[in-house]
Design a protein around this ligand. Structure first.
Ligand SMILES: [Zn+2]
Length: 298
């Protein structure tokens, strides 16, 4: 059976080029089910999720990567996808719901940027920003790698929505850092495999197992394929985290909200889960003894 929500890494050791291929179905569908997104935003979320998975797989430490498309001027304020080194993805978007959205990246984000933020669990946060001045997201990400890491990189992204089934996926090929000095041999090897990879079609990506896709593209090459990593939709929100956030708001203010609305409600912007807190919760939060595990009986 064809398996989705998997990422495979692969390696052309003779060319000093590494690769990754990912396809998403359930994880992407779960994100789309959490909120009613217009078609163009759905497509962007799919491409960003695939791209984030590909980029997160390049992390050599525990942490996460956020890919954020943003513009101060356009109808879409931002689309963000977070991914962790364990391939947990989540997404969020904000746009002007009163107008029809264009269907190109540059019209949706005039003078927009792609910000890639890498946050290690231990260590300094790093952010790289590139202009959204290319027709496709894949090209903007290639530009990012060219600027930030000077590593020749090819990114291919596809999405497919048919009969209520949502698929997103992509491939990344990148010159290995250690061999990037060795320009002559590396460049020709990279050029060779990226020319082959560029023939990848959406149909192949979403209808064949990753190993077969790689075989079709690279059957003349020696390519080592590593075991699959599962990719899942997972939000990092929790009732406890929401409670921790409430601790910094004055108790009187929270009690006033409960008086007026019955409860303090916190909506997670990523998964649209709602957490509710009553007056007892607020009391415990401000005593510093609140624990979401020990809910008072209703
Ligand atoms: Zn959440």
């Amino acid at each position: 059976m064809l398996k989705f929500d998997q990422l495979h890494k692969f390696l052309f050791s003779e060319y000093g080029v590494r690769g990754e291929i990912v396809t998403l179905n359930q994880s992407y569908t779960q994100v789309l089910e959490a909120y009613e997104y217009p078609p163009f935003i759905q497509l962007l979320i799919g491409e960003l999720m695939a791209a984030t998975s590909l980029l997160t797989a390049t992390l050599k430490f525990e942490g996460d990567i956020a890919l954020q498309l943003q513009s101060q001027q356009g109808p879409v304020k931002y689309v963000v996808v977070n991914g962790t080194n364990t391939q947990h993805l989540r997404a969020i978007a904000r746009w002007d719901e009163t107008q029809a959205l264009p269907d190109t990246l540059m019209e949706a984000f005039p003078n927009g940027t792609l910000a890639i933020t890498i946050t290690p669990n231990k260590g300094e946060r790093y952010q790289g920003i590139v202009a959204l001045d290319k027709p496709t997201l894949a090209e903007c990400i290639e530009q990012y790698f060219q600027h930030s890491e000077q590593l020749p990189t090819q990114v291919l992204l596809h999405t497919s929505q048919a009969n209520n089934a949502h698929f997103a996926g992509g491939m990344l090929l990148q010159v290995l850092p250690a061999s990037s000095d060795n320009t002559d041999t590396t460049d020709s090897g990279f050029e060779h495999v990226t020319t082959l990879a560029a023939t990848l079609t959406k149909d192949e990506l979403f209808s064949l197992p990753a190993e077969q896709v790689l075989y079709r593209l690279f059957n003349q090459e020696r390519v080592e394929v590593f075991p699959a990593l599962p990719v899942i939709f997972k939000c990092t929100c929790s009732k406890q985290r929401s409670a921790n956030a409430l601790a910094s708001i004055a108790k009187a203010e929270l009690l006033e909200i409960i008086e007026e609305e019955g409860a303090v409600k916190i909506d997670c912007q990523y998964c649209h889960q709602q957490y509710q807190f009553d007056a007892i919760d607020v009391e415990l939060i401000h005593q510093g003894t609140y624990s979401s595990q020990e809910q008072p009986l209703q």
